[in-house]
Design a protein. Structure first.
Length: 213
């Protein structure tokens, strides 16, 4: 998983709802990354398999509600303490899902949709405000085929100008004061292909390369 390559040994990493929650399953086994969930777990391991019911505990789930492994050093706490970790600047990186990201790094990732398909605000503001680095992991277009990378977010904002890197199924894109820089493209994709599904104009990195998955 491409997102996992963004993490460094020793990082404290918050994994939010969506694609980002899977990162824990792809990190190098020799790395000691401390994964944090706002549900009240610090230092958890990979998701449990469906046949490991004997290890499943309803109080040990990630932001997506998936059962995860307790590993040596795991701390289970209440939500207030979990958010203390975020609000006091102890999270190095957060990986969040998104409905939209603007070319300025604005993030929209919540909804009051009565169908309940997208989460409401919850801790969505606290996490990107408190983490040192904000990475968005998402599909490049919506289910209806609309670009999720936009000039201006039209959905309710979570936070302004905090996203630094966007990793999608087709590209890796950095946010800068000048705009969006295309750093990597997925195998089989061209710059033109990525631009066609991206609303803002992309700047092409001089060291553009093919994404290693």
């Amino acid at each position: 998983m491409r997102i996992a390559r963004e993490l460094s040994d020793g990082d404290v990493v918050n994994l939010g709802i969506g694609i980002g929650s899977q990162v824990v399953n792809y990190t190098p086994p020799d790395y000691r990354i401390i994964f944090h969930s706002e549900t009240g777990i610090l230092g958890y391991g990979a998701a449990l398999d469906t046949d490991q019911e004997d290890l499943m505990d309803s109080s040990v789930v990630d932001a997506n509600g998936h059962y995860v492994r307790l590993v040596p050093g795991t701390c289970v706490c209440d939500a207030a303490e979990a958010f203390d970790v975020v609000r006091t600047g102890r999270v190095d990186v957060t990986v969040l899902g998104a409905l939209q990201v603007s070319e300025k790094g604005d993030l929209a990732n919540w909804s009051t949709d009565p169908a309940g398909k997208v989460g409401t605000m919850g801790g969505a503001m606290d996490v990107p405000a408190g983490a040192r680095r904000v990475i968005v992991g998402m599909e490049h277009v919506s289910k209806s085929g609309q670009p999720k990378l936009v000039k201006e977010c039209t959905l309710p904002l979570t936070i302004r100008r905090r996203v630094s890197r966007i990793i999608t199924d087709v590209a890796v894109i950095d946010v800068s004061d000048e705009g969006l820089w295309l750093k990597e493209v997925a195998p089989g994709w061209t710059v033109e292909d990525v631009q066609a599904v991206t609303e803002p104009e992309l700047r092409i990195s001089p060291d553009l390369k093919v994404m290693e998955l």
